[in-house]
Design a protein around this ligand. Structure first.
Ligand code: MG
Length: 369
């Protein structure tokens, strides 16, 4: 049975990407770890060799039975790979880019079956885009028939590859050095998902594949008595009115319902628990200050409030002309819509005794797999 050292080339300085992406996390794991763990799933892979940048140190946690060796790379890719090859001990090597996190064990298996003592093997995919050549501003069309893109891992007998890389160190990949040395190179079908995260945009795609979004809806409701000699505050906006809302805080019925909707979506206790009426600190409190605290709590749990909608039920006063101002004030927190409803002179709000508010909020959270 063939045995393999799986070499992960993570020695790059990330100049095209703008940083060492191989150590960035994707779905809670560093980029290099994705392929390392998939390779370790194969019985024929006896060791993983991680080649890190020259001068760097890394002592990663690794609780998988297949041993992980960390070695430093060189000033160029070929030298980095050579350091990995020299540290390896198996008859065959798979040389993989850390920046290809989605290569599967199935691909590794296909490659391991195709390699032999005198033939290397690379994963390839046919070019699917139309190709152009541009020289001196002149665009010409290139026939794509028979053209393939090459992926990694590239798989070879180890000692012969060492010779080839030493002989042709300026090759773009190991396959090129191998071919220039006059050896046989075979191919197996690559994988579309085995793309290389070369640019920041590629990482955006990779994140989209490894992250999942949870959406929740929260419900809030509040009621306050309408009385003389109190200010009327809705959504932090002072409303001209002979009557105001009675309460321990500023009795902003709209902001209170919105806070409870937001807290509800996050699965947190309501404002009665967070800001009890028995607590003197909240006497006459500006409800927008309380909303800032609510937002701090839900954001600390990873939630984003995507939208909220509210209905205020009030017979008096007429509120419609304040709508834009209230929405503007509350947009400090999240996108919001406000509606006003008269109570048709029914129930206590319809008799001008109180105002009620109902609110719903949609919250989203990104969860890594
Ligand atoms: Mg209230």
């Amino acid at each position: 049975m063939k045995n393999f050292s799986f070499i992960i080339a993570a020695g790059g300085q990330g100049t095209r990407f703008g940083g060492k992406k191989q150590f960035m996390t994707l779905g809670g794991r560093e980029l290099w770890r994705w392929s390392a763990e998939n390779a370790a799933a194969l019985d024929s892979v006896k060791e993983i060799i991680l080649v890190i940048p020259q001068g760097d140190t890394l002592n990663p946690s690794w609780n998988i039975a297949t041993p992980l060796l960390v070695v430093n790379g060189g000033s160029e890719r070929a030298l980095s790979v050579l350091n990995g090859l020299n540290a390896a001990s198996c008859d065959y090597v798979m040389v993989h880019d850390a920046a290809r996190p989605f290569a599967t064990p199935e691909l590794f298996r296909r490659l391991s079956e195709a390699v032999s003592g005198d033939a290397g093997v690379v994963p390839v995919l046919p070019v699917s885009d139309a190709l152009k050549r541009i020289e001196d501003g002149e665009v010409s069309c290139v026939e794509r028939e028979g053209l393939y893109i090459t992926q990694t891992p590239q798989v070879f007998p180890r000692l012969k590859l060492i010779e080839a890389v030493k002989k042709f160190p300026s090759s773009k990949d190991e396959a090129e050095a191998w071919k220039k040395s006059g050896h046989v190179l075979r191919s197996v079908e690559g994988e579309r998902m085995n793309f290389k995260a070369t640019l920041k945009e590629d990482m955006t795609i990779a994140r989209a594949l490894t992250e999942r979004k949870v959406t929740r809806t929260g419900l809030g409701w509040d009621i306050h008595r309408l009385v003389p000699d109190r200010k009327l505050i809705l959504g932090g906006v002072k409303i001209e009115s002979p009557l105001g809302l009675l309460g321990h805080s500023d009795a902003d019925v709209l902001t209170h319902a919105l806070m409870d909707a937001v807290l509800g979506g996050a699965g947190l206790p309501d404002i009665g628990n967070l800001f009890p009426a028995s607590d003197e600190r909240f006497k006459g409190a500006d409800s927008l200050v309380l909303m800032r605290e609510v937002m701090r709590l839900v954001e600390a749990e990873g939630w984003t409030v995507e939208f909220a909608d509210a209905v205020i039920t009030a017979q008096v006063p007429r509120l419609n002309k304040y709508r834009d101002e209230i929405i503007g004030r509350l947009s400090e927190f999240f996108p919001v819509n406000i509606k006003f409803k008269s109570a048709e002179e029914l129930d206590d709000s319809g008799h001008g005794l109180c105002m009620t508010c109902r609110a719903v909020a949609t919250l989203g959270k990104v969860i890594e797999w």
